[in-house]
Design a protein around this ligand. Structure first.
Ligand code: ATP
Length: 605
């Protein structure tokens, strides 16, 4: 049993050492020069305090001699000047080290944010469906920017502490060995305390991450722009204040209780140290009174003991800090090491503009945590240049199908083939370049109006004319042209001198963005939900001209728009219920017929 435990501990230790190694590599990579300077400065700084104590002893002894003998030859200027110089060097190196540490920390922070963001933009979208992912992301973004540096600083300060302690302990040892031992023993309770509570606090914080995300969410509901209108209208302010308070207090109260217990035990551990100081003081005072020590030596030993206590505290403190780091850095690597599964499988195939068709074969998909399929054994084909409409009741699976077509998720079974090639064998980034999509929840970028359209293809070299023509097509050019700085005007309400737009105007911009991208496949998920009747009529009566022969998929609940499609696919509960042209489906008297007639009957009354 004990063998098993020690093997487990050894494995754990090895993992921690690996994590430290990885963290130090990150620190070094982020700023090699600054990291080196930081280490050198820290080691240098361990020598100054000892030198200072020794020089002070010289000064006190010289002063004592000068006051007790009548000798005129005692020169106090040099030792005092030396004290001042070393004091200055100690202070200056401390300030300079502070600057070096800050600079290095800044470089590391940028580097780590780079890694986090790089990872975040590549991660499989399925991760966004899992609360555990957000917990992991929250912990990683909280720890990653500074934790690796904390490992380095703790290691360096451990090294410095050890060096300084050895020097101080050696000095104290010359007085009496028991004092050197006392120095060490007096600090043991404090060290145990830090290690013990590092574990408790880590587990506590880990377990509290979902609660802390909850309170951040309530805070956003109370302070964010989007919820602000409903919050006022429905008078939800106090309700959410209450929910926030409850969630916040739930986390904090427990943390405060842990810290309260730790403070109490800390008090006892400080009593140990005070007793050690008392014994040492009495011993040194006794030796000085019985003239076994000079006043200078007394000062030196007192200062050395005090300084030794500080070094031990720092030394064990950094050891405990390292232990703490080893617990928390795990989260960062857990996030950085999350595996991406939506990648190009071997053999990787190059892709280009659609030549023949997209085939969907027996596709099925279930969201994590759901016990029903959002897409269930769906098969169909879209020929190049065809306009397909996807219709069906809410929750039928239309948007999910689009996500699978764009390969945001991989299906549980079945395939999507692009010109006969399984899309699993195509690099997802390359593959997605073949698509332009207006999502139901399209993005509003608080950037200039022109940039909002250019986001459709930021690699476009001379975008100006094309931006304007896309804006004209979706009927938003005049509006943008009349903004204070035309296409340069920042839109949205986040920044100074910006102009907010109406929801429908934003939607026209999102449409222009999709058209700006020269992708062979165009997908429009509810593209006209907020458009005025004129714009909608204008766009849909020229739909074929606007899509310029691109293969298009239109999702809409407005059947007048849907009827223009070459083929209509009706989805119901994740499966294809029927498919055909508008006329064919009307003749069938199925779901499409029912939905269409219900909608049009409101206008015919
Ligand atoms: P609507 O017409 O309302 O836009 P839809 O046909 O686009 O609906 P989907 O959004 O594809 O429907 O949803 C299909 C099913 O999958 C629904 O039952 C929905 O509850 C579920 N679903 C959608 N998104 C998620 C998600 N992120 N996590 C879990 N389930 C989801």
């Amino acid at each position: 049993m004990s063998k098993l435990l020690s093997a487990k501990n050894a494995k754990l230790m090895k993992e921690k050492i690996n994590l430290f190694g990885e963290s130090l590599k990150l620190v070094w990579k982020s700023a090699p020069g600054w990291t080196f300077t930081n280490i050198v400065m820290s080691v240098l700084r361990s020598v100054f305090p000892l030198l200072l104590i020794w020089l002070l002893k010289e000064v006190v002894d010289d002063v004592t001699r000068a006051t007790t003998s009548l000798s005129q030859n005692i020169n106090l200027v040099w030792p005092i000047a030396a004290v001042a110089v070393i004091w200055f060097l100690d202070e200056a190196s401390s300030d300079f080290s502070g600057y070096v540490r800050k600079k290095q920390a800044m470089k590391l922070e940028i580097y780590m944010y780079g890694l986090l963001h790089f990872k975040a933009i590549r991660l499989d979208l399925i991760n966004f469906e899992r609360p555990e992912y957000f917990d992991c992301l929250t912990r990683a973004s909280r720890e990653a920017p500074w934790r690796p540096n904390s490992i380095l600083n703790n290691l360096v300060s451990m090294l410095r502490g050890l060096l300084s302690l050895l020097l101080m302990a050696g000095l104290i040892f010359t007085l009496h060995w028991t004092l050197a031992v006392l120095l060490l023993v007096a600090n043991i309770p404090g060290i145990w305390l830090r290690l013990h509570y590092a574990d408790i606090l880590y587990n506590f914080q880990k377990q509290q991450t979902p609660e802390s995300r909850k309170s951040s969410y309530f805070n956003w509901l109370l302070t964010g722009d989007r919820p602000s209108r409903e919050l006022r209208l429905f008078g939800l302010g106090n309700y959410f204040i209450d929910l926030f308070k409850k969630s916040f207090m739930k986390q904090k109260q427990e943390e405060i209780d842990i810290i309260k217990r730790r403070t109490f035990i800390e008090l006892i551990s400080n009593l140990f140290k005070a007793s050690a100081l008392l014994i040492t003081l009495l011993f040194i005072a006794h030796l000085t009174i019985s003239r076994k020590l000079t006043l200078g030596q007394m000062t030196m030993f007192l200062l050395a003991f005090r300084q030794g206590m500080i070094y031990i505290k720092d030394l064990f403190g950094s050891m405990a800090g390292l232990y703490e780091d080893s617990l928390f850095i795990d989260d960062t690597f857990e996030f950085l090491n999350l595996k991406e599964n939506v990648t190009a499988a071997e053999p990787v195939i190059k892709t280009g503009s659609l030549k023949k068709k997209i085939s969907v074969e027996n596709l099925s998909f279930t969201y994590p945590g759901n016990n029903f399929s959002a897409i269930n054994n769906v098969s169909f084909e879209i020929k190049k240049g065809e306009i397909i409409a996807l219709v069906g009741p809410n929750g039928a699976g239309k948007s999910t199908l689009v996500r699978l077509l764009c390969r945001f998720y991989d299906p549980d079974s079945g395939n999507v083939k692009y010109d006969g090639q399984n899309i699993r064998n195509i690099d997802p980034e390359e593959y997605r370049k073949q698509f332009s999509v207006v999502f139901q929840d399209f993005m509003l970028y608080n950037l200039s109006a022109g940039e909002n359209i250019r986001m459709g293809n930021i690699d476009e070299k001379n975008p100006e004319d094309k931006i304007r023509s896309s804006a004209k097509t979706t009927g938003v050019h005049d509006l943008i042209d009349h903004l204070p700085n035309g296409y340069e005007t920042i839109i949205g309400n986040l920044f100074d001198d910006s102009r907010e737009l109406s929801w429908g105007e934003w939607q026209k911009i999102a449409l222009a963005r999709a058209l700006f991208r020269d992708a062979p496949v165009l997908i429009l998920d509810e593209p006209s939900s907020a458009l005025d009747a004129d714009t909608e009529y204008d766009i849909f009566s020229r739909f074929r001209e606007i899509v310029k022969g691109r293969t298009s998929i239109l999702i809409s609940h407005r059947f007048t728009n849907v009827s223009l499609a070459d083929r209509i696919i009706v989805l119901d509960k994740g499966s294809i219920a029927e498919t055909g042209t508008h006329d064919e489906l009307m003749r069938r008297h199925g779901i499409y017929f029912t939905m269409f007639t219900k909608q049009s009957s409101r206008f015919n009354k």
